[in-house]
Design a protein around this ligand. Sequence first.
Ligand SMILES: [Fe+2]
Ligand SMILES: [Fe+2]
Length: 283
Amino acid sequence: MKKRIIQTETAYSSTPDNIDIEPRRPEFDFSDVSKYWLRDPFTSHFMNALSIVVPHSERTVIDIVRKYADSISDPKLVRDMDALIRQEGRHTLMHLRCNDLLKKCGYPALRLFERFQKFFVGILRRISPPAWELAMPASFEHFTSAISREFIVNQDFWAGDQSNVAIDFTNWHALEELEHQAVCFDVFAALEKRTWLLTLSLLFIWMPATLVSVYGIQLYLLLKDGILLKRKNWGPYLKFIFQSLPMLTRGAFKYVDKGYRPWSQKDVQVYQAHKRQIQNIIS
Ligand SMILES: [Fe+2]
Ligand SMILES: [Fe+2]
């Protein structure tokens, strides 16, 4: 296929200079973590569902960022891309460990979900022109940064009074997702002027796909556990869906603004406060 992507004059890293994308290698032992490791079964199985889709999504991010690395000339963005690849490689490994333990709790359909995700993403990559392929990592990172920000800022909603290794792990992952939140967008913006394509990609492909897959897997887990077979749980379940939905549906139109950059002043404050708070986990 003829390469239609052109390099623009505005190709640069928009990650603030005071943010260092640092590949860390903390260890986590999940063997004593229960499947309900957050506030309740709804929050726990939402994050468990997310964990199922994370490894293949992050591998796709790594693969596409590597594929276009030679087209990027800004040395800082090249360094950011390398750091992102290292961070995502570590996240994937840890999520695979969590997912193996979750599967041992007896959810045979999870393997089918994983296979379907590989098939779906594989087909899309085969038929996508470069701009749409580059929109994939930028779209995935759109969700991971939104979810990370939400998890960090509303920790009480998610974790309640729980404290365990899986929460530490999620706090570390959330920190690094915020840290590298601009990288895939910067790569996209460096190679494709039409950032509004990200809006289309999110609205017509990745938002529907994410909603169906994450809420679908969560629904399966809750049904398999019998949680949703009890009528008294329907209200809290619907309330959770209503409360969590904005996190996955907000923000698609910001890419229409040509001057859009992922980091805001508020993000820097949230990131720095969170980094101080989890210093014992990441050091
Ligand atoms: Fe990640
Ligand atoms: Fe990421």
